[in-house]
Design a protein around this ligand. Structure first.
Ligand code: NAD
Length: 249
């Protein structure tokens, strides 16, 4: 259980859902883990917690500096904080496009910028971005969200190229529909949440939603030296949604 012995990791959006499952898994496997989140009040030991808003460059820099100081270095950045958006291009006004893009894309850029000087000093440096099948699936009613994740996908490839000779690997995971508090909130907003959940499950190739721990497992693999020759690519964690050429109705 010591794959991550000596590894120091920072997980953004690590207080909930995929980020929390990832922080917990890395810590269980021996890493020292810092969580950066808008609301880290639920984060407890052995995880270290730092409050920051990824849309605020100063707060990201401050939190990264504090985390790296407390961890004594940095090997892994899990760039995971993100928010959802629904609708077609006619449904979201410009300010909503800027708001969601600022979290989902520029937030990852800000955090990577703050972490890169520290990652250069690591012998096992890796950045794993949480992307989505929305990046390439052409999902209906998800224009804004899909565009942000398309940007995360191309950002992953471009950063992998820029930093490969520095020994910093950059990859992303593309989750399908994951059973997290975020999806729970969406289901709760439906007139009949239980029926909505059943319908959502029925649309999955596997007949069930993806577990947050299953996405965490993929992130942990991409963050670990076990994937030392893997960079500039994505790993789908979608219960076969894309590989089987199926899509949600
Ligand atoms: P979640 O809402 O359960 O957790 C997101 C976390 O990010 C929260 O702790 C929140 O406080 C934090 N956060 C949000 N905005 C922030 C900001 N501005 N600064 C700092 N922290 C912020 O969501 P989740 O489902 O675990 O999603 C995590 C990531 O996974 C997102 O990038 C999302 O796009 C991606 N994703 C989720 C699914 C899914 O079905 N749940 C599918 C594909 C991709």
């Amino acid at each position: 259980m010591s794959d991550f012995e000596g590894i120091k990791a920072l997980v953004t959006g690590g207080a909930s859902g995929i980020g929390r499952a990832t922080a917990d898994l890395l810590a269980e496997r021996g890493a020292q883990v810092a969580v950066l989140d808008l609301d880290p009040s639920s984060v407890d030991k052995p995880l270290l917690a730092y409050r920051a808003d990824v849309t605020d460059d100063a707060s990201v820099r401050q939190a990264v500096t504090a985390a790296v100081t407390d961890l004594g270095g940095l090997d892994v950045l899990v760039n995971n904080a993100g928010i959802g958006a629904q609708g077609t291009v006619e449904d979201n006004p410009d300010d909503e496009w800027h708001r969601v893009y600022d979290v989902n894309v520029v937030g990852m850029v800000r955090t990577a910028r703050a972490c890169l000087p520290h990652l250069r000093a690591s012998a096992h440096a890796a950045i794993v971005n949480t992307c989505s099948i929305a990046a390439t699936a052409g999902l209906p009613q998800r224009a804004l969200y899909s565009a942000t994740k398309g940007a995360v996908y191309s950002l992953t490839l471009a950063m992998a190229a820029d930093h490969v000779r520095e020994g910093i690997r950059v990859t992303c995971v593309n989750p399908g529909t994951v059973d997290t508090p975020w999806v729970g909130r969406l289901l709760d907003a439906a007139p009949d949440p239980a029926a909505e959940r059943a319908a959502l499950q029925a649309r999955q190739p596997t007949g069930r939603l993806v577990g947050a721990a299953e996405v965490a497992g993929a992130i942990a693999y991409l963050a670990s030296p076990l994937s030392g020759a893997t960079t500039g690519t994505s790993l789908a964690v979608d219960g076969g949604m894309q590989g089987l050429r199926l899509r949600p109705a």
